[in-house]
Ligand binder design. Structure first.
Ligand SMILES: *[C@@H]1O[C@H](CO)[C@@H](O)[C@H](O)[C@H]1NC(C)=O
Ligand SMILES: *[C@@H]1O[C@H](CO)[C@@H](O)[C@H](O)[C@H]1NC(C)=O
Ligand SMILES: *[C@@H]1O[C@H](CO)[C@@H](O)[C@H](O)[C@H]1NC(C)=O
Ligand SMILES: *[C@@H]1O[C@H](CO)[C@@H](O)[C@H](O)[C@H]1NC(C)=O
Ligand SMILES: *[C@@H]1O[C@H](CO)[C@@H](O)[C@H](O)[C@H]1NC(C)=O
Ligand SMILES: *[C@@H]1O[C@H](CO)[C@@H](O)[C@H](O)[C@H]1NC(C)=O
Length: 459
């Protein structure tokens, strides 16, 4: 039953090893060439180009003409790898597509213990204005800040979004202490795995932690699928691994993932798991990428490239089950801590919190006060599905249920105050809501509180 992650035939191994090292080499070459390549897109989306956190605004990413030979090699290689490795990448296509015909190859693991009960619900409460203890760090003091999230640097002048403290109803959140967090991390690898929302939480964590480490005792590896922040004196790392759909997909390239079709291998987390399996503390998320329409499924045992099509929530459930099976079979809760972060809300329609208006998060300066406010961006059927899957692994996974508390924070998004990689038209510029980012979160801001919750639960 535990075999399902490695279905390759043993006779392929020497060839696989060769092909795989070639792949690594080419990916490195490839990443260096294209890391700053820009794609045209008109609207903010979760597939927004990501460029290394340390790119100053006068050092704009340039459109680099791609060396054709390298591309051809990549194509050739992808072809070879498709045949021998049966791996999925952004060049993968379906030969044909039919409707999803039911479960294939994933069986839920039922031999699990019951859940961990919390004495107090840290996720129900309210936001209190507190400009004496917040923000927990200054935007300009964090050298690892991303231009997607540095809102003041990009012109935001109302800075109230820095100053809100989360106050749970019946208890207090442990106060953030960077030194104490480093002590918890000593000799360990803390890894965030997921999409750009999770990357925002990772940047927040790095910013929260970096100030107490002298500049010559810390380092950040170049931006890649796996990006690593290291602190020498603690022998600890804080890492981010790009896997927006958790399972293997054609969107696993951290830079080039703007594709027409999403193709996933619903039964395979193996390739990603090999990156994350040795981390000591894992923080997973996945949600928004499943909300963009139907997903194509390319099962591992499918040999003719025929895909099945399934709606986002169904496909997400298959992926979550594969992930949960990995957790069930590979996580020893004594040695490893696993967290799952629930969906991050969006604020795309102001009529949801202020009926009669036509805007979005643009120009919002204060949190929503209505207790229990819930917007249409946070899909309840998805939440119930996630809850069901997580209940099967509740002895091994802590839920960071950030959805409700973040729902209130319509003021927390970058809107127009971030770097946009494409040139904005005069029509867009005259109507700021039209290109506002109401998905990601400014830093310092809401994700800092998600990390305080993580800190709280890590004791
Ligand atoms: C905090 O906010 C209060 C009320 O808005 C204001 O009077 C005070 O000057 C602020 N303090 C700081 C340190 O910004
Ligand atoms: C942010 O910077 C101000 C002055 O520029 C300083 O007074 C304050 O302590 C800093 N806050 C943090 C959390 O480092
Ligand atoms: C960010 O870039 C600037 C100049 O490009 C450099 O001085 C600084 O050390 C860099 N910071 C990090 C954390 O790499
Ligand atoms: C933070 O934690 C360290 C180590 O546990 C402790 O020595 C220090 O007093 C704490 N700081 C605060 C402000 O509580
Ligand atoms: C540093 O941490 C790693 C695990 O992340 C461990 O294998 C290694 O032995 C540690 N090194 C030292 C010098 O403590
Ligand atoms: C998260 O909290 C909401 C209420 O705020 C609840 O409806 C939902 O079921 C919770 N999700 C999980 C996965 O526990």
């Amino acid at each position: 039953m535990m075999q399902r992650w490695g279905r390759r035939k043993p006779s392929h191994y020497p060839l696989l090893a060769l092909v795989f090292s070639l792949f690594i080499l080419l990916s490195i070459l490839y990443n260096e060439h294209y890391i700053q390549q820009i794609h045209e897109h008109k609207q903010v989306s979760i597939t927004q180009q990501y460029v290394s956190p340390n790119i100053s605004s006068n050092n704009k990413p340039k459109r680099i003409p791609g060396p054709r030979g390298c591309y051809r090699l990549m194509f050739f290689f992808s072809f070879v790898s498709l045949i021998f490795l049966a791996s999925l990448d952004r060049f993968t296509t379906c030969t044909s597509t039919r409707m999803y015909g039911g479960q294939k190859g994933i069986s839920p693991d039922n031999q699990l213990r019951s859940g961990i009960s919390e004495k107090c619900d840290m996720f129900s409460g309210e936001w209190i204005f507190d400009n004496t203890s917040y923000p927990l760090y200054n935007e300009s003091d964090c050298p690892y800040m991303s231009d997607q999230l540095a809102c003041r640097k990009h012109g935001r002048t109302d800075l109230g979004y820095w100053n809100w403290r989360w106050q749970p109803n019946d208890c207090n959140l442990k106060r953030w202490n960077a030194t104490e967090m480093w002590e918890k991390l000593r000799g360990k690898r803390l890894m965030f795995v997921g999409d750009s929302l999770n990357r925002g939480q990772w940047i927040s964590m790095v910013c929260l932690l970096q100030s107490v480490i002298p500049a010559d005792k810390r380092s950040m590896s170049p931006n890649a699928a796996l990006t690593i922040f290291r602190a020498e004196e603690y022998n600890a790392t804080v890492e981010f691994y790009w896997a927006p759909l958790l399972v293997e997909s054609n969107s696993d390239d951290p830079v080039n993932h703007r594709l027409d079709d999403r193709i996933i291998r619903p039964d395979s987390v193996g390739r990603h798991a090999s990156q994350w399996e040795n981390a000591d503390i894992l923080i997973f998320n996945t949600y928004l990428w499943w909300r963009q329409g139907p997903i194509k499924l390319l099962w591992t045992k499918e040999e003719n490239g025929i895909c099945e099509e399934l709606d986002g929530i169904g496909a997400m459930e298959l992926a979550m089950e594969s992930w949960a099976n990995w957790v069930a079979s590979k996580v020893d809760p004594v040695k490893k801590r696993v967290f799952f972060v629930t969906m991050s809300p969006t604020h795309l329609w102001s009529r949801e919190w202020e009926p009669g208006t036509e805007g979005n998060c643009y120009h919002e300066k204060t949190p929503i006060k209505r207790y229990g406010y819930w917007g249409s961006g946070s899909d309840l059927p998805t939440m119930r599905m996630v809850e069901k899957v997580l209940s099967g692994v509740s002895s091994k996974v802590y839920v960071l249920n950030i959805t409700q508390l973040s729902e209130y924070r319509k003021d927390g998004h970058p809107s127009v105050y971030r770097k946009f990689w494409e040139t904005l038209s005069s029509q867009q510029l005259s109507n700021p809501s039209s290109y506002s980012d109401c998905i990601h979160w400014c830093l310092p801001g809401v994700p800092d509180v998600w990390n305080e919750l993580l800190f709280h639960f890590l004791q």
